[in-house]
Design a binder for this molecule. Structure first.
Ligand code: SF4
Length: 438
């Protein structure tokens, strides 16, 4: 076996791509190593969502230069979003890179590597073929977890939020056929996985291209796969989350009552500037429909502070919005301009110090809300899927509820992948501590 070192940055979609790439490499004789120095092949699977992410990769590319000088036979490639975005330019900047493989070309990796094993040349494959979809059946992904599997159901995004680079990099939405998704889900369940997370930038518009199934129909089909225990999905654009999907979650046996529903901002002026295409009122009405149908649901969100033009008054509106919606948790970000996106050139950029201050305020308010919501769970017995030992204490298990809350409880005989009934004894802001009642 030859050795491959893979370093992957960024979101779940990118991590899922890395698992698929590792699968292809395994078929052609590469096993993963954690030591870059002993690798025959080095692959950086990059992210370009923030400039700092790119800087990190450029640092790594520099580091690899001396390895390549010592061992010219080493194959070095860049994949992921930066590869897609920069293409040839990466080779001009760092000629020691052998290949650049775009996000749409993940499935071509093994061909590219084989070619390079025979003959050294520079290969750049980043064309955005709108209809091209990777065929996952030939080389099963090498997954990081043994109990929870990511399954991409669509690629790309049609939305053009003004701060986001994804649509320029990953191209338009392309959905996998329902039979391909189902085949993969059946396979992972047969392999012993308990949980499947369906992945896409905007899963709710699944199938709008090929019209073979809507997202709600796909959810119902996945829910019906014999042996599956939990079905999750992300991410949902609020404008596309239909009542049909809410109905599928309510009626599905295994579809978890957790919706990650990024609002990004809580005031119409900013939503408009971000091109999010919904209003605060429409979003609130959607949340009300969800909560009516799914009283146990947990809602999480993404929030951006410091978007160009944000005033104190807008920010106050955002805090009021947060207190009204009461998310279980929120992932908060400081806006950082991304060159190539419309928002980067907007006037009225918010000073860094102010962004930091607002971010802190936002987190303080959200933490209070998360804690209050979690405290309501004191004494409740919840179903927890054991994921593994907690990071800080090997004597404690870490697991998750269907509502995606992290639960810590003392180690017993159970194994990762087991389902436990756990009584919540000490709810905190980020985790629930408890004890098994079995
Ligand atoms: S929905 Fe908006 S934020 Fe999400 S990937 Fe598409 S353009 Fe980016």
């Amino acid at each position: 076996m030859k050795a491959v070192f893979i370093e992957s940055y960024g979101c779940q979609a990118n991590q899922a791509d890395a698992e698929r790439m590792e699968g292809q490499l395994r078929v052609i004789g590469y096993a993963r190593t954690g030591n870059m120095k002993e690798a025959d092949l080095i692959l950086l699977n990059t992210c370009c969502v923030r400039e700092t992410a790119e800087d990190k990769v450029y640092g790594k590319i520099g580091e690899i230069k001396s390895l390549k000088r010592e061992r010219p036979e080493l194959i070095f490639g860049i994949a992921g979003c930066m590869a897609q975005k920069e293409g040839e330019a990466l080779l001009r900047r760092a000629p020691h890179i052998d290949f650049v493989l775009g996000t749409n070309k993940v499935h071509r990796l093994s061909q590219v590597v084989r070619k390079l094993e025979i003959r050294r040349e520079h290969i750049v494959d980043v064309a955005l073929g709108e209809t091209e979809l990777p065929d996952e059946s030939e080389a099963p992904a090498v997954r990081r977890s043994a109990i929870s599997a990511w399954v991409p159901i669509m690629y790309g995004c049609n939305n053009f939020c003004t701060y986001c680079i994804v649509p320029y990099v990953r191209g338009r939405e392309r959905s996998r056929l329902p039979e391909d998704v189902l085949r993969e889900v059946e396979q992972v369940v047969a392999d012993g996985y308990k949980e499947v997370t369906l992945l896409g930038q905007n899963v709710n518009s699944y199938g709008k291209d090929h019209k073979q199934a809507t997202f709600a129909q796909l959810l119902r089909q996945v829910d019906a796969v014999p042996g599956i225990r939990r079905v999750r999905f992300m991410t949902s654009h609020p404008k596309d989350l239909s009542d049909e999907v809410i109905g599928a979650i309510r009626e599905g046996k295994h579809i978890c009552e957790h919706i990650h529903l990024p609002v990004q901002y809580g005031a119409d002026k900013l939503l408009k500037a971000m091109n999010r295409v919904y209003t605060v009122e429409a979003y609130k009405a959607l949340v009300a429909r969800i909560r009516r149908a799914l009283p146990e649901v947990s809602l999480t969100t993404d929030l951006i502070v410091g978007f160009p033009g944000e005033t104190d008054e807008d920010f106050r509106e955002m805090l009021d919005f947060l207190r009204e919606i009461r998310y279980d948790a929120a992932y908060t970000f400081k806006y950082s301009p991304r060159s190539g996106t419309p928002a980067a050139t907007l006037p009225e950029q918010v000073p860094e110090e102010l962004k930091k201050e607002r971010l802190q305020q936002l987190m303080d308010v959200q933490n209070e809300i998360s804690l209050a919501i979690n405290q309501e769970l004191l004494g409740r017995v919840m179903e927890v899927m054991v994921e593994g030992p907690s990071k800080n204490d090997g004597q404690v298990w870490m697991g998750r509820t269907r509502t995606d809350k992290i639960v810590l409880f003392p180690h017993g005989q159970e194994q990762p992948g087991d389902f436990m009934q756990v009584k919540i004894t000490q709810p905190q802001t980020w985790v629930l501590k408890g004890e098994s009642v079995e």
